[in-house]
Design a protein around this ligand. Structure first.
Ligand code: C2E
Ligand code: MG
Ligand code: MG
Ligand code: MG
Length: 282
């Protein structure tokens, strides 16, 4: 390719790029109104304990039903929400809604499970995050031990801030997980002292664990490291029984993925995955 060809290419892409910027601005404006218009809802995906086969948790995942576009993927709107700061009120809505749902199910007499909620970096860096979450949990009356906050490695780069935030959250009594583990840059040097409870092995390692022996080595190593550090370990993106069998052999504690269920709406989750508390006959 010579310089002339490249120019042609640039000219061809420029209008498309402008469109993209416009589109993005439009989406951001729509996002600004989505909360008050009630366009968000949550879906839940079960987290299954491998030795018992029981559903011990669920991850709450945000969905946006756009009036014109229909369902917009979190991959498309979460980055916009983060850059615009809208993720803070949206994230608070997610937290409140997921915790209310969990409390409601406990009140209905189901065996309690833990709800995992994804935090964005903007939320995580809020000065009084633990205070805010504590107030919401108090108001709802949900025991913090049934709440798991998922953060990612990229959010933990500033050691001092990370440890301070995590310590306050741990004092509150919530569970803390590192999501997408293995894809970030956290150093083992400070992972070892971090007040966290669980590693969630990223889907990219799990998905071809059987085809790619390097991925198998990584999954096996993360699992064994989690055991040594006395952390719980959950595999994400488990899609077939062969992957599940591999994870069992590695003594991975829990798994999440399409093999068990896609993320589904609350009513369906309740029917398919919640079990009544066992009661003694009177
Ligand atoms: P994540 O937290 O790692 O969530 C797991 C994603 O993997 C979900 O995508 C889920 O649908 C998908 N998944 C689960 N099992 C499988 C599987 O077996 N195969 C495949 N191919 N995919 C599977 P989703 O719901 O599209 O969410 C994407 C990301 O958006 C999430 O990744 C999370 O980073 C972000 N996100 C979702 N909801 C929220 C939220 O409420 N707040 C924030 N800050 N981020 C959120
Ligand atoms: Mg997650
Ligand atoms: Mg993940
Ligand atoms: Mg992710």
């Amino acid at each position: 390719h010579n310089a002339k060809d490249q120019n042609v290419e640039i000219r061809r892409y420029t209008p498309a790029m402008q469109m993209k910027a416009k589109e993005r601005l439009k989406l951001e404006n729509d996002l600004r109104r989505a909360l008050e218009r009630g366009e968000f809802y949550l879906v839940y995906q079960p987290q299954v304990q491998l030795d018992s086969g029981e559903t011990v948790g669920m991850e709450a995942l945000l969905r946006w039903n756009h009036p014109k576009r229909g369902l917009v993927s979190p991959a498309d709107f979460i980055p916009i929400a983060e850059e615009s700061g809208l993720i803070v009120p949206i994230g608070e809505w997610v937290l409140r809604t997921a915790c209310l749902q969990n409390k409601e199910w406990q009140m209905k007499g189901y065996r309690p499970i833990c709800v995992s909620i994804n935090l964005s970096i903007r939320q995580f860096l809020q000065p009084n995050l633990a205070g805010k979450i504590g107030a919401i949990l108090d108001e709802i009356g949900l025991d913090p031990c049934y709440v798991d906050l998922e953060i990612t490695e990229s959010m933990t780069l500033d050691k001092e801030t990370t440890f301070e935030q995590l310590n306050r959250l741990k004092e509150l009594g919530v569970f803390i997980s590192i999501d997408d583990f293995g894809t970030g840059y956290s150093s083992l040097h400070y992972l070892k002292d971090m007040p966290i409870d669980r590693l969630k092995i990223d889907r990219s390692f799990v998905s071809d664990v059987l085809e790619d022996s390097n991925n198998a080595a990584i999954v096996s190593t993360i699992t064994s490291m989690a055991h040594h550090l006395k952390l719980k370990v959950t595999a994400e993106g488990v899609e077939n029984v062969e992957q599940l069998e591999f994870l069992r052999q590695q003594h991975c504690h829990e798994a999440q993925g399409f093999l068990f269920s896609k993320p589904i709406q609350a009513a369906e989750f309740e029917l398919s995955f919640l079990k009544p508390l066992l009661r003694l006959h009177s």
